[in-house]
Design a protein around this ligand. Sequence first.
Ligand code: ADP
Ligand code: MG
Length: 247
Amino acid sequence: MFSLSGVSKSYDGQTVLPALDLTIDEGKVVVLVGPSGCGKSTLLRLLLGLIEPDSGTVEFRGQPMTGNIVPELRHQIGYVIQNGGLFPHLTARENVTLLASHLKWKPEQIESRVDELRELSHLPADALDRYPTQLSGGQQQRVALMRALMLDPTALLLDEPLGALDPLIRAELQKDLRDIFRSLGKTVVLVTHDIGEAAYLADEIILLRRGVIIQRGTISDLLHRPADPFVVEFISAQRNPLEEVTG
Ligand code: ADP
Ligand code: MG
């Protein structure tokens, strides 16, 4: 689905990604983890064609993510960011349907897609006609997910989609996201810095440090067959503090 070859990216002389090779297979849920600043968001933006690499190539379904074709390719990729990125002056419904309207979908087609997605994302019906500031953080993320899925993309990229939510809401959305990923079978690349969330959602985890892939595998690979001392360090730094108390 995605293929990166020799991809490098620097900002102001600072290397973020030195030379990344990466393929992401169709239908997999891949979770990117790593410390803050290691290049997770940069990598997602490259996959989406929002930024171009300094060198190397990014391909989406065998097509280079560059030039005039990018906007069209991007319609096949849904994108959700931490705070939803909803347009504040549009209602939830308008946010969700903006692109489909622009693409001249028929009103009844839009309406039935919205109904379908609202059910899938467990958004209360009365929330659709509210503005983002009138929605809770969790509801905003449900709307952002609906918007990302509106055109029925083949791939879904999520950048710390639950990062700003409190623990109970977060747990609820984690469960819903997992159900949605499973039922839709889309290719998903999700960024989090929470290893527990990664373990819960991922078919495969990719651990990055300073733009370099330290290990790629299942949670069990990372736990039981760490490829580098950094894997152990990263995981144990996030161990549940209650473990110490309860054994
Ligand atoms: P992560 O998402 O893993 O926290 P990012 O990909 O956002 O990391 O950022 C990686 C590094 O690149 C950071 O040091 C960040 O400051 C830098 N960076 C990212 N985007 C830009 C930008 N547009 N301009 C300058 N520096 C940037
Ligand atoms: Mg980030």
